[in-house]
Design a protein around this ligand. Structure first.
Ligand code: NDP
Length: 328
């Protein structure tokens, strides 16, 4: 009996392809869990799946982040039991729904004191910040006082990064698309903020760092910023291209790195979440900074599940700041 609700789409396209449908949710199989969602996270990656930039079998669901209560566990799932309050960042897409059956690997128990909205908003974005700041520069390491450049600093990932970077003692230079967004980034711990819709961010980074450049650029904007981001790096600096909100970066002349012996990486969260143990270890670190209050998860917008298309319109129009959630 289809008695649950889910956002589904049958063809790639604009927000209008998203439809609220009645769906049946069965029992979990081996390694799976059934979760009743109390909140689902909205992420820019959902836009790439909806557009078909990241292909997936269709008709299909959307969404990779959620929080709720475990209703049933399948054979072989040892770390969860019915009644557990949980959250996850997980593939395949399908989090925009009232309840779902999914692989248990990336589902973790929520500590007491972290509510479902926070849990749903923080997993994919918070674990991303964890690996960006803590695991992406293993060789040289980031030290307190280091300058890093973080684009879209007032977004969901961005506002978490501003706070976490401050807790680590980093000098985060954030970019954002308006003065109001810049102020938000500063209020969340960015040491400097640049309105890249008006200012030349290369010149400003140069000025802020006294001509030295930054150790790492975290670039999720992609096409519009990539080449100029390289100009902000100090010698041996690292370019971490982790998204494409403005569109994919065209093929790159690798010679661009030669001028300053730069490093380039294109990381994704799911390479880091390779096992249940790795997921739990990363989540524990996230829970620690959220639990201590060093990082507050900025849930700025709440939408009914049926309004997922509007949530996507707002995200793509750059109207949002911080995190948005769907409430089933
Ligand atoms: P955000 O809340 O940051 O929203 C995207 C922001 O990108 C916008 O608010 C806007 O901020 C900026 N932007 C710049 N150019 C454009 C454009 N042309 N169209 C739309 N937005 C633009 O989203 P998320 O926090 O969900 O994700 C941030 C980025 O991180 C995304 O690119 C996402 O794909 C990436 N990501 C990558 C992961 C990985 O492991 N590789 C995991 C998680 C996220 P402004 O107006 O200030 O410019």
């Amino acid at each position: 009996m289809p008695n649950e609700q889910a956002i589904r789409f049958a063809r790639p396209g604009g927000p209008e392809v998203l439809e609220l449908q009645a769906v049946a949710v069965g029992e979990p199989g081996p390694g799976e869990v059934r979760i009743r969602h109390h909140a689902c996270g909205i992420n820019y990656i959902d836009v790439y799946f909806r557009l078909g930039t990241y292909p997936q079998p269709l008709p299909g669901g959307l969404g990779m982040e959620g929080a709720g209560i475990v209703e049933a566990v399948g054979p072989g799932v040892m770390h969860l039991e019915p009644g557990d309050c949980v959250a996850y960042a997980s593939q395949p897409p399908g989090a925009y729904c009232s309840a779902r059956v999914m692989p248990a690997t990336h589902v973790v128990r929520l500590p007491d004191g972290i509510d479902f909205e926070t849990g749903a908003a923080m997993m994919l974005k918070g674990l991303t910040v964890q690996y960006l700041l803590r695991r992406t520069l293993p060789a040289q390491g980031l030290q307190p006082g280091d300058h890093v450049l973080f684009h879209a600093a007032a977004g969901g990932v961005g506002l978490i990064a501003c706070q976490w970077a401050k807790a680590l003692g980093l000098q985060l230079i954030g970019t954002a698309g308006s003065q109001a967004k810049c102020e938000l980034a500063l209020a969340h711990g960015a040491a400097h903020a640049i309105d890249y819709s008006k200012e030349d961010f290369v010149a400003r980074v140069n000025e802020i760092t006294g001509g030295a450049g930054v150790k790492v650029v975290y670039d999720s904007v992609g096409r519009d910023t990539f080449e100029r981001s390289l100009q902000c790096l100090r010698p041996f600096g690292l370019m971490a291209l982790f998204g494409a909100s403005s569109g994919p970066v065209p093929p790159v002349d690798i010679g661009l790195l030669a001028k300053k012996s730069l490093y380039l990486t294109r990381p994704t969260l799911f390479s880091h979440l390779a096992s249940r143990e790795a997921t739990q270890a990363m989540a524990d670190e996230l829970f620690e900074v959220v639990g201590s209050g060093a990082v507050k998860i900025p849930v700025e917008r709440r939408y009914a599940l049926a309004d997922a298309a509007q949530a996507h319109r707002d995200l793509e129009a750059r109207r949002t700041t911080g995190c948005s959630v769907l409430l089933p």
